[in-house]
Design a protein around this ligand. Structure first.
Ligand code: H79
Length: 566
């Protein structure tokens, strides 16, 4: 929602720190950290409020050190911190005068961690931001969410929403914006059931109290609220899926709040690749840590963050302040970011090509190419060519035998007049032709929908047609793909009922609770280089929904079609 009083330029200026930041630290910390089963423990164990209050009375995180947390974020290369000021359990992690169920009044700790963090952040130049669960509150007898309510202590019929809303929710948001200095952004969550009117009221209140404070889209489940789009938890969008700024909130393991059991950690390698991948699609990464009940960030998290930070220390120039790749598809070998006349090719080390990196579609002249790790020392030979008949731009960059960096090595290009590329779907050498659903034209029919793209093939041959889907854990594949899917291209047809042929174990864009599944539909032959149309008919080719935002709802999400040369 754009405030009518604000000009586009004012808005751009207000967003600028966040657009440049790219990388922030999410912190899930609260009474639930005591139990080590994540932040939903009160709900799924139906812990009575009276029992949960006893837990709060034991919560004494004596080792909490705001300076150490801020230093950890800073060393990781993170520019902002978003901490749970209150999660769904209703416990305020600061000294709230509005409600006594808070860390100063209801726990022996006696200190206000948010005060200490605001001071430490101010000193270190990190933007402090707050997560606030405005709709779900399992402690308050009157909070009402459309799905997740405390019905083990309270009866839905006896709830008086406005006594929660006007007193606790609005009162606490006011406190957070008036007692902790300038707040970078307020991060809301799970707004199911909140009316449009109340969503607007909360936005106006924030604008009035701190006009510079950013608001994420989950302040409301109505579309276009807030200053930027929060993607679903752990969700990375397709290229061009978002028309406004966006951010992926991501876990380091598979939990937000501290978990003793969850040891499924993302490696530093995966984290760096995911970070540059997100940045190359124009987004921010908000990466979570779940400190323990004693107030310590788990060592497994710190180790990984240090590695990411060390990489960013050397390669941050290719990340901070950059803008998205102009290529409208994912590149198998890495990611592209752009800053002025500079283009950064983030090459994943496990894809490091033997001799040369081929990038097709770059139209303007590359003045200079070098390895960022060399600090502009040695130039790399570049060969560019243009084929008029096929309108095809090719570029080869000679690389050393071995990657010069850990995990991801950056090739920097200086291009004349800023990067101009063929923005169509073109064939990249050694890479599949990738067609993302959001960039297709979709026509809806009776049951079956049709997605249509045009693409340019440079080297003819036989292509395997592969559907890429993200499948939610527990979803029943056959329920979604209960029909034949048809692909037509170059005068040929491939059709079948898709099966779960391959599960991709190290997907760059797909994460828990989803897995990336590939299904082969058949083969087509492209005999001549040139431009072709491809149509895909399936129920799952759905246009982007325009109603209330229900993130992570689909059990099987169709993402793209790949043409893999065999
Ligand atoms: O704060 C983190 C989550 O607690 C919150 N968003 C992130 C940033 C979140 N709230 N609701 N949800 C996520 C979606 C609800 C998921 C659930 Fe479940 C599925 C609730 C019950 C079933 C996950 C699995 C939690 C309990 C079991």
């Amino acid at each position: 929602m754009t405030d009518s009083l604000e000009t586009a330029l004012e808005r751009k200026n207000r967003m600028q720190w966040w657009k440049e930041a790219k990388f922030g630290m999410f912190i899930h910390w609260g009474v639930y950290s005591l139990l080590g089963q994540g932040e939903w423990v009160m709900y799924f164990s139906k812990i009575p409020v009276k029992e949960y209050e006893k837990l709060a009375a034991e919560f004494n995180p004596e080792q909490f050190d705001a300076k150490a947390w801020v230093a950890c974020a800073k060393r990781a290369g993170m520019k902002y911190i978003v901490i749970t000021a209150k999660h769904h359990d209703g416990f305020a992690m600061y000294h709230s005068r509005t409600d006594p169920f808070n860390i100063v009044d209801a726990s022996p700790f006696g200190r206000d961690p948010l005060k200490e963090l605001s001071e430490a952040c101010r000193v270190e130049g990190i933007r402090l931001c707050f997560y606030y669960s405005h709709v779900i509150d399992w402690h308050d007898p009157h909070a009402i969410h459309d799905t997740y309510n405390n019905l083990w202590d309270y009866e839905l019929e006896k709830k008086a929403f406005f006594s929660y809303w006007n007193h606790k929710a609005k009162g606490q948001i006011r406190e957070l914006l008036t007692e902790y200095g300038p707040i970078g952004l307020l991060w809301f969550d799970t707004s199911g059931g909140l009316s449009k009117k109340e969503s607007e009221a909360i936005v106006s209140m924030i604008r009035e109290l701190q006009p510079e404070c950013l608001i994420n889209s989950r302040v409301s489940h109505w579309p276009d609220f807030g200053d930027y789009q929060s993607k679903g938890d752990n969700e990375i969008p397709m290229h061009g899926e978002e028309t406004r700024e966006w951010e992926t909130p991501m876990t380091l393991n598979q939990s937000w709040g501290y978990s003793t059991k969850d040891q499924v950690w993302k490696s530093a390698d995966a984290l760096i690749r995911k970070l540059v991948h997100i940045v190359s699609k124009g987004g921010n990464l908000l990466l979570n840590v779940g400190p323990t009940e004693t107030g310590v960030i788990p060592a497994k998290s710190v180790e990984r963050l240090e590695e990411v930070g060390a990489w960013l220390e050397r390669n941050g120039g290719a990340v901070y302040g950059t803008s998205a790749s102009p290529f409208p598809y994912e590149l198998e070998w890495g990611a592209v970011t752009v800053k002025g006349e500079m283009v950064y090719l983030h090459v994943f080390n496990h894809y490091w090509p033997a001799e040369e990196l081929v990038l097709n579609g770059v139209k303007n002249k590359v003045k200079k190419a070098y390895l960022l790790a060399d600090g502009n020392a040695s130039g790399l030979p570049v060969e560019q060519s243009y084929h008029l008949e096929t309108d095809h731009y090719a570029m080869r960059i000679r690389l050393p035998e071995l990657p010069p960096e850990d995990y991801v090595s950056v090739v920097a290009l200086e291009v004349e007049g800023g990067l101009e590329v063929d923005r169509g779907f073109i064939q990249q050498a050694q890479d599949a032709i990738k067609l993302d659903l959001v960039l297709s034209e979709i026509t809806t029919g009776s049951g079956m929908n049709e997605a249509r793209w045009t693409f340019k093939a440079a080297s003819p041959g036989v292509f395997e047609v592969v559907l890429v889907n993200f499948k939610k854990s527990g979803a029943v594949w056959e329920k979604e793909y209960d029909h034949e899917v048809t692909v037509r291209a170059a005068g040929q047809t491939a059709a079948c009922v898709p099966k779960e042929d391959v599960v991709v174990s190290d997907s760059i864009s797909c994460q828990h609770p989803y897995t990336e599944v590939h299904s082969s539909i058949g083969r087509i032959v492209i005999e001549q280089p040139g431009t072709y149309a491809l149509t895909l008919s399936t129920k799952l080719a759905k246009p982007k929904p325009n109603g209330p935002e229900i993130w992570q709802a689909a059990s099987v999400k169709l993402r793209s079609v790949r043409l893999v040369q065999v």
